[in-house]
Design a protein around this ligand. Structure first.
Ligand SMILES: *Cc1c(COP(=O)(O)O)cnc(C)c1O
Length: 220
């Protein structure tokens, strides 16, 4: 496998080609480079190559490596893409610039409390469990639009978009289409969908950001 920096440029070229193919505007899709399990020595060169937006799935792991990297490299935007426990809301609001995994009332309430307390407002996405998988985080599709509305009206949260992780063993297209439909119904513009194996498909279905890990950093 080529180096993470070479793979970064390959992924960026494929994103550009997929945008073009789908009739999307150049630059319409944001690349979130998923750096979970990789350390600062692996991530540094990718930042130096120009990548600024990264995803992590664990609050504690991100706390261990990102404060120093954020200090060393201005302009980093860090996304939380893993499940959020309500007792970690404080740390998550302090460290992350976007939290993509708002999926239940208790988390919405805790985030609202911490945003008010810290005066810091990360961008927020609601995660939808499009495959209704019992082991997977995310709100049920049939509850998603009402939940987005309650985030606004009950908790005063600004929700920017929806996020999903389709079931690993299914064709992702219908899941991406469902997320796009729910976002339209909820009046949301942003769609975080697509990973290393299916980001080009996600772009065809309207993804505005893709979360790509192993295709850049290698297998975990
Ligand atoms: C790990 C992870 C990714 C990246 O997965 P790859 O297949 O390595 O690209 C994307 N989204 C979430 C939520 C993840 O946990």
């Amino acid at each position: 496998m080529a180096s993470p920096v070479e793979e970064l440029f390959t992924v960026k070229a494929k994103i550009a080609a997929a945008e073009c193919e789908a009739g999307r505007q150049a630059g319409a899709v944001t690349l979130v480079a998923v750096s979970k399990t990789f350390d600062a020595a692996d991530i540094g060169p990718v930042i130096e190559a120009g990548q600024r937006i990264f995803g992590e799935n664990r609050v504690q792991e991100a706390q261990a490596k990102w404060p120093a990297l954020k200090q060393a490299f201005p302009g980093i935007e860090l996304h939380l893409i893993g499940p959020l426990q309500s007792n970690k809301a404080k740390e998550a609001v302090a460290l992350f610039d976007v939290i993509e995994t708002v999926d239940r009332e208790k988390i919405a309430a805790e985030l609202a409390k911490e945003i008010a307390r810290q005066g810091r407002s990360p961008g927020l996405y609601v995660q939808v469990n499009t495959g209704s998988e019992p082991q997977k985080a995310g709100i049920e599709p049939r509850e998603a639009v009402a939940f987005v509305a309650r985030c606004r009206t009950v908790h005063g949260l600004v929700i920017e978009g929806l996020m999903c992780i389709p079931p690993a063993d299914e064709n992702p297209g219908p899941h991406f289409a469902l997320l796009e439909k729910l976002a339209r119904e909820a009046g949301l513009e942003k769609l975080s969908m697509g990973m290393s194996g299916d980001y080009e498909t996600a772009i065809a279905f309207g993804a505005t950001s893709v979360r790509v890990g192993s295709a850049i950093f290698g297998s975990r």
